[in-house]
Design a protein around this ligand. Structure first.
Ligand code: IPM
Ligand code: MG
Length: 368
C-alpha cells in the first residue's frame, strides 16, 4: 500500500494550454514556499498525449505511482486532435480516467460562480446570472463511464454493436451524496439531486438512496429531486434556484459544462476530485481547471490561468488545510479582475489585455 506523502504536489500539465496554465501555478506554489515558509515539494511529469508521444502510453506506471503518493495532483488538461486516431486504450483521456478511478477520486466538486466583474461576459441576461454561486457535486468513478460490459462487438448481418453500461451500487451513491450534504451544511442546507428515475432503474436507486441518507442522517438538509433534463432547462431559466447539485458521472459532466457558461468563461472555473479520508486522515485528491486543452490557442501565451489558479486555491482548502491562504489567493484573483486586467477570453470594453504569465504575475503581486 503506497502511503500519501504530506505536502507533496505533483504537477501534471498535460497537453495544449496545460503547460502554460500549470506554470503559473508553479510560480504561486514557489511564492508560498518562499514568502510563507511553506514546505510544498513539487514534482512534475508527463500525462496524456505528450506521454503517449514519448512513452507510447498516456500514463506510465512510474507517473501513476508518483500520483499515488502525492497529497495533491494539479492537472492541466489532456488531449487534442493530434491524438484523434490513437487506439482507444491509449487515448490521452484514458490517463485521466485511470487516475480518477484507481485513486478512487469519487467526488468531483465543480463550483460555478459568476464574478461580479464579469457579469456581462455571460450570454445570459445579467440579472439571471448576477450573484450566481452553485456547487455541482459530480460522481466521478462510477456510472456509464466505467460500467461493464462495455466495448464494440460484431453481431449478425455484418453489423456492430457499441455497449456501455450505466450502473451504481447503494454505497457508491451514498458516499457522494454524503459529500454533497456536508458541503450544503456549510452553505445554505439545500441540495438538488438529479437523475433520470423516470427511465432508468439506476436513476431510481439513486433517488431512493439519496433520500434515505437524508432522512437518516441529514434532517436539516432541504433535499429536492429533479430529472436531469429538467435540471438542464432550469439551469438556463433560473440558475439561482440551485445551491448544491449532486448527480451522476455523465449528467454531472454535461450539467457542469452548461453551468460553467452561466459564468461567462470556461477559463475561470476550477474543480476538485476528492477521495475518501483514510483512518490517518489522509486523502488523495486531484485538482484541475474544468476547461480542456484548447489546442487552438496553445502556445500563444493567451490562455486564462485563473481556473487553474483557483483549482490550487481549492487544493489549499480541501487538501492542505490552509483555508486562510486559499482565501487570500481567491481574493488576489478578485483584486486583479477589479483592476481591469483580463486575458483574451474575458476581454471587454475598458479592460486591459494581459498574457497568461502577466496574469499569473499580477495575481502574485496582489498576494504580497
Ligand atoms: C471533464 C472532461 C472529461 C470527462 C474527459 C476529458 C474525459 O470532459 O472532466 O469533464 O468526460 O469527464
Ligand atoms: Mg466534461
Amino acid at each position: 500500500m503506497i502511503k500519501v506523502r504530506k505536502r507533496k504536489i505533483l504537477l501534471l500539465s498535460g497537453d495544449g494550454i496545460g503547460p502554460e496554465v500549470i506554470s503559473e501555478v508553479r510560480k504561486i506554489i514557489e511564492w508560498f514556499n518562499k514568502k510563507k515558509s511553506l514546505d510544498f515539494q513539487i514534482d512534475e511529469d508527463l500525462v496524456g498525449g505528450c506521454s503517449y508521444d514519448k512513452n507510447d502510453t498516456p500514463i506510465t506506471d512510474e507517473v501513476f505511482y508518483k500520483a499515488l503518493e502525492s497529497e495533491v495532483i494539479m492537472l492541466g488538461a489532456v488531449g487534442g486532435p493530434k491524438w484523434d486516431n490513437v487506439e482507444f486504450a491509449k487515448k490521452p483521456e484514458r490517463a485521466l480516467l485511470k487516475l480518477r478511478k484507481e485513486l478512487k477520486l469519487f467526488a468531483n466538486l465543480r463550483p460555478a460562480i459568476c464574478f461580479q466583474q464579469l457579469v456581462d461576459a455571460s450570454t445570459l441576461k445579467p440579472e439571471v446570472v448576477s450573484g450566481l454561486d452553485i456547487m455541482i457535486v459530480r460522481e466521478l468513478t462510477g456510472g456509464i463511464y466505467f460500467g461493464e460490459p462495455r466495448g464494440i462487438k460484431p453481431i449478425e448481418n455484418g453489423e456492430r454493436k457499441g455497449i456501455n453500461t450505466h450502473s451504481y451500487t447503494s454505497s457508491e451513491i451514498t458516499r457522494v451524496a454524503r459529500v454533497a450534504f456536508e458541503l450544503a451544511k456549510k452553505r445554505s442546507n439545500r441540495v438538488t439531486s438529479c437523475e433520470k428515475s423516470n427511465v432508468m432503474e439506476a436513476g431510481l436507486l439513486w433517488r431512493e438512496e439519496v433520500q434515505s441518507l437524508r432522512d437518516k442522517e441529514y434532517k436539516e438538509i432541504e433535499l429536492s429531486h429533479m430529472l436531469a433534463d429538467n435540471c438542464a432547462m432550469q439551469l438556463l431559466k433560473n440558475p439561482k434556484q440551485f445551491d448544491v447539485i449532486v448527480t451522476d458521472n455523465l449528467f454531472g459532466d454535461m450539467l457542469s459544462d452548461q453551468a460553467s457558461m452561466l459564468t461567462g468563461s470556461l477559463g475561470l472555473l476550477p474543480s476538485a476530485s476528492l477521495g475518501a479520508k483514510n483512518k490517518d486522515g489522509e486523502m488523495r485528491a486531484m485538482y484541475e481547471p474544468i476547461h480542456g486543452s484548447a489546442p487552438d490557442i496553445a502556445g500563444k501565451g493567451i490562455a486564462n490561468p485563473i481556473a487553474t489558479i483557483l483549482s490550487f486555491a481549492m487544493a489549499l482548502r480541501y487538501s492542505l488545510d490552509l483555508d486562510k491562504e486559499a482565501g487570500s489567493l481567491e481574493k488576489a484573483v478578485q483584486d486583479v479582475l477589479n483592476d481591469g486586467l483580463r486575458t483574451k477570453d474575458i476581454l471587454s470594453n475598458g479592460t486591459k489585455e494581459v498574457s497568461t504569465s502577466q496574469m499569473g504575475d499580477a495575481i502574485i503581486s496582489k498576494l504580497q
